[in-house]
Design a binder for this molecule. Structure first.
Ligand code: ABC
Ligand code: CA
Length: 491
């Protein structure tokens, strides 16, 4: 009896769905499915320049979940899952997953339905979340005009905006209704004003989330669709939504914080990159962009995804390999108000520049865990988790900047005080913060070295660092020395 009832009961229950608040505590590992891991654990050659499928799969991701979880991530964001343009184009193959041709089928290069279901359930049994990447703005063709009958379900020219290339990013109608892509691969722009298209996508996203028990969505090309399309889409999805609005302007991005749960924090990303890419970067610009976002976005910076790298931009180490600057820059997403996102390969020190070079196969690193950046990431995740556990207010505490000089920056978010510098590895930074909520004499630990120090009166903290490295401080009552040493030594 019970055995018969149980499956029915389980499907009758509402799917467990993760809210924005649930996601805020998480830490996301972004991977390019084709480039992360293979089904059988083999390490095929993969030349990014060729822009072809290299063999990564959903089964491969399952195989390497320990690697991700050992670094302290509790969510993954994978490449778009639906069927793409097959074969070669003047822009290569659609290994990245963004060239949809059939909304209703899966991309067979990555596996089949049961593989994706297994990935979802394996993640959930580890207490991890699955974030799917979805594209509604366009479908991809390899001819212009496209051969519309090849698309599903939008197989008529009338399902798309009349062809024109996007030529003027200052003209929002042009951005929304003209086409991305190029002559090799035109991205036919869906008519997201048509009831047929709207109804399809709202139903589609609800089904997609339900079928794969997705916990959240990364939404592609958000600024290319009229903003009042999004609230209905997000509601139909019923899970956390984070939108890609590829723009460096806070005011521009801000409007999209009203229509989706969260945005990828592009404006701060640019300032973060500039601040640490050289010893003459501007830390005060980073500060002012953050403060502007804190006061402009609907939920301040809390509902943003913070990142240093992704599939569209040059990796940090393609412009700067000084490991002190790298370590400072990598630390940022883990110490700020939003949700940290780490793009796969950053932890292995990958150096690829622009697309397609920033999509290296991770297996070529051998998934080695005994590496400084892998350990740094693990410690950063652990420090953030410890801060969240120690203070129920941590996730709603707005970070402040108690000290900013031309080469040093103190970032404070009780109980964490992060001391950053862009002085580089030949510098000896020092920071002086005159007051915090630490008590006089409270013992603090730099989680990156496990060295301890003591706060002075008014919680003042004065520290001299070494070799341009950041210091991430927490009270030892929150992050003890033994735990710190364990994290640094095990792998
Ligand atoms: C392919 C080839 C490339 C080739 C390119 C022309 O065609 O692979 O080698 O160079 C997918 C694939 C790509 C592929 C594209 C096009 O499709 O991943 O490999 O490139 O076929 C999303 C995804 C992205 C994905 C798509 C398409 C969209 O993250 O991976 O690409 O589904 C625009 C869109 C943005 C999009 C991005 C690639 O293009 O808005 O959604 N990303 C300005 C514009 C932005 C624009 C950006 C890049 O340029 O404002 O809207 O992004 O073209 C700041 C400013 C910004 C400015 C930047 C550059 O500078 O504030 O406004 O962005 O300071
Ligand atoms: Ca559009």
């Amino acid at each position: 009896m019970l055995r018969q009832l149980l499956p029915a009961l389980l499907t009758a229950l509402p799917a467990f769905s993760a809210s924005a608040a649930d996601w805020q505590q998480r830490s996301i590992y972004q991977l390019v499915t084709d480039r992360f891991a293979t089904t059988n654990g083999s390490y095929p050659s993969c030349d990014t320049e060729d822009r072809v499928y290299c063999g990564g799969t959903w089964q491969g991701v399952i195989r390497q979940l320990d690697y991700i979880q050992n670094m302290g991530f509790d969510a993954i964001w994978i490449s778009p899952i639906v069927a793409n343009l097959e074969g070669s184009t003047g822009d290569g193959e659609s290994y990245h997953g963004y060239w949809t041709v059939d909304q209703n089928s899966l991309n067979s290069h990555f596996g089949n339905e049961s593989d994706l279901l297994e990935l979802s359930s394996q993640l959930h049994s580890r207490g991890m979340y699955l974030m799917l990447d979805v594209v509604v703005n366009h479908m991809a063709a390899d001819t212009l005009p496209p051969d519309y009958v090849l698309f599903a379900p939008f197989n008529a020219e009338s399902d798309f905006h009349t062809f024109c290339w996007i030529t003027n990013y200052n003209n929002q109608t042009n951005v929304e209704q003209c086409w991305l892509g190029d002559d090799n691969v035109p991205l036919a722009d869906c008519d997201t004003e048509s009831d047929y298209v709207i109804d399809f996508f709202y139903k589609w996203i609800g089904d997609l989330v339900a079928n794969y028990s997705a916990d959240g969505l990364r939404i592609d090309t958000v600024k290319h669709v009229r903003s009042d399309f999004w609230p209905g889409f997000a509601e139909a999805a019923g899970v956390f939504t984070i939108g890609e609005v590829l723009d460096g302007d806070v005011d521009y991005v801000s409007t999209y914080t009203e229509v989706l749960d969260a945005v990828l924090d592009y404006p701060t990303y640019y300032q973060l990159f500039y601040a640490f890419e050289s010893t003459s970067g501007s830390l005060s610009n980073l500060v002012s962009w953050v403060q502007q976002s804190q006061s402009t976005y609907k939920n301040g910076e809390f509902m943003t995804g913070s990142f240093l790298e992704n599939q569209d931009n040059p990796r940090f180490q393609s412009v700067q390999t000084d490991q002190a600057l790298v370590s400072n820059a990598i630390s940022w997403p883990f110490i700020q108000d939003g949700i940290p996102i780490l793009y796969y390969g950053q932890e292995q020190g990958y150096t690829g520049s622009n697309d397609p070079y920033n999509r290296e196969a991770l297996w070529l690193s051998g998934y080695v865990e005994d590496k400084p950046l892998v350990k740094l990431v693990r410690t950063l995740n652990a420090a953030r988790k410890a801060a969240i556990a120690a203070s129920s207010d941590y996730l709603s505490t707005v970070l402040t900047f108690p000290s900013v000089t031309s080469s040093t920056l103190a970032v404070y978010k009780q109980p964490m005080l992060a001391l950053l510098t862009n002085g580089g590895s030949s510098s000896t930074p020092s920071w002086s913060v005159s007051s915090t909520d630490y008590s006089n004499g409270e013992e603090l630990i730099n989680v990156l070295t496990c060295d301890t120090l003591t706060a002075g009166s008014n919680g003042a903290v004065s520290v001299t660092g070494s070799e341009g490295m950041p210091q991430i401080l927490l009270p030892t009552s929150v992050f003890n020395v033994t735990y710190c040493n364990e994290l640094l030594s095990t792998y």
